[in-house]
Ligand binder design. Structure first.
Ligand SMILES: N[C@@H](CCC(=O)N[C@@H](CS)C(=O)NCC(=O)O)C(=O)O
Length: 203
């Protein structure tokens, strides 16, 4: 049986969405980060980084949300990996791009705006990282021109992994109306039944 650890409002959210897309039964265990459950000896056995998400599935134990998503797709819904060698390359490309290029500036702003108390907030970090976003969002917006999905005209992990990062823009006050293809893509993804089930878990 699969167990996914972590709040749906954390990086575990993209794994919960993927689990819903696969239709595979699973157990969800929230991890109480306010009470430092993610640093407990018990949880550190599952993820020695002391972070969520983590996944166990029989003998398999994994951390890193996008690696978990690749495992889930490979094990339970292969079409999410892309249907050709070229498409699988592109699914990896977008997932690595989202985690290594797009995510950091968005999270830097998120930390300052959402977690930092007013007296500790560093506006220079916010400005510096907001300034990086137009170039990145333009790459994504242009790549989505005339397309419903990022890769091969078919829903894949590229959409889950990339949109789960891009959508954090809403929480940091970046108006995605300036990027109409991204807005339309996020809207179409939000209509997916599996996404809506994941949203129910978030409530
Ligand atoms: N690259 C990791 C990031 C994991 C991560 O930073 N998770 C946050 C919650 S979104 C966390 O557990 N933070 C607790 C900490 O850093 O102590 C992934 O995608 O799984």
């Amino acid at each position: 049986m699969i167990t996914l650890y972590g709040s749906p409002r954390s990086s575990a959210g993209r794994c919960l969405w993927t689990l819903e897309e696969t239709g595979t039964p699973y157990t969800h265990k929230d991890v109480d980060m306010r009470n430092k459950e993610h640093k407990s000896a018990e949880f550190l056995k599952i993820n020695p980084n002391g972070k969520v998400p983590a996944l166990t599935d029989g003998d398999v134990t994994l951390f890193e949300s996008m690696a978990i998503n690749f495992y889930l797709a490979d094990a339970y819904k292969k079409e999410l990996l892309g249907n050709s060698v070229a498409d699988r390359g592109l699914v990896h490309q977008w997932s690595f791009w989202a985690s290594s290029e797009l995510q950091d500036p968005i999270i830097q702003v998120f930390i300052q705006k959402v977690f930092m108390p007013d007296d500790k907030r560093d506006n220079s970090v916010i400005e510096e990282n907001l300034a990086k976003l137009p170039a990145l969002l333009n790459v994504l917006n242009t790549s989505l021109e005339g397309k419903t999905y990022l890769v091969g005209n078919q829903f894949s992990l590229a959409d889950i992994n990339t949109s789960s990062v891009a959508s954090i823009c809403h929480a940091i006050g970046v108006d995605l109306k300036a990027y109409p293809n991204i807005s339309a893509w996020l809207g179409a993804l939000a209509d997916r039944p599996a996404f809506q089930k994941y949203q129910e878990i978030r409530k």
